[in-house]
Design a protein around this ligand. Structure first.
Ligand code: HEM
Length: 135
């Protein structure tokens, strides 16, 4: 990865976020909160009915920890495959998720520039996760 590669800047920003959090347990705590809020949300809750919320949140933490450079590998499914058996995730669902994440990060007093790193990371998976509807 070279300094002119956008992924280089994202990795640096994610490393700064990880330093700020101070370790995996704080990341996992915030991720579980994020998933609890999504599960309680009128637009997104149905995706999570009957599912093990904390297990999904922990898997997502593992995925982010690798991107942060805190883990060398991730053994779960990549985002494009993780949602294959779910109802279609539409653009509005994806946007709603971003709003909930930004609210959680604000409530947890994560500095805005570090919150942006997490939100940018999520946004990078938009095409992999969203099912675009044909007109
Ligand atoms: C509105 C958007 C999204 C919804 C509703 C959603 C929902 C879900 C649900 C219900 C699962 C559990 C699937 C299962 O147990 O079979 C899951 C797993 C997962 N999702 Fe998402 N997701 C969304 C966006 C994202 C994004 C943006 C990413 C990546 C940054 C992501 C990464 C993952 C990963 C890594 C897993 C775990 C895969 C595994 O268990 O092997 N998701 N998601």
């Amino acid at each position: 990865m070279q300094p002119h590669d956008p992924a280089f800047f994202m990795r640096n920003a994610l490393e700064s976020l990880y330093q700020h959090l101070g370790g995996e347990s704080e990341l996992k705590r915030i991720m579980r909160l994020f998933y609890e809020r999504m599960a309680a949300d009128v637009m997104l809750g149905f995706f999570f009915f009957g599912r093990d919320l904390h297990a999904i949140a922990d898997r997502q933490s593992d995925f982010l920890l690798r991107a942060m450079g805190a883990r060398s590998s991730y053994s779960g499914r990549p985002p494009a495959q993780a949602h294959e058996k779910l109802p279609p995730i539409l653009p509005g669902h994806f946007d709603r998720r971003a709003v909930i994440l930004s609210e959680v990060l604000r409530d947890q007093a994560i500095p805005p520039e570090l919150a942006k790193a997490w939100l940018d990371f999520e946004a990078a998976f938009r095409d992999a996760v969203v099912t675009e509807q044909k007109p």
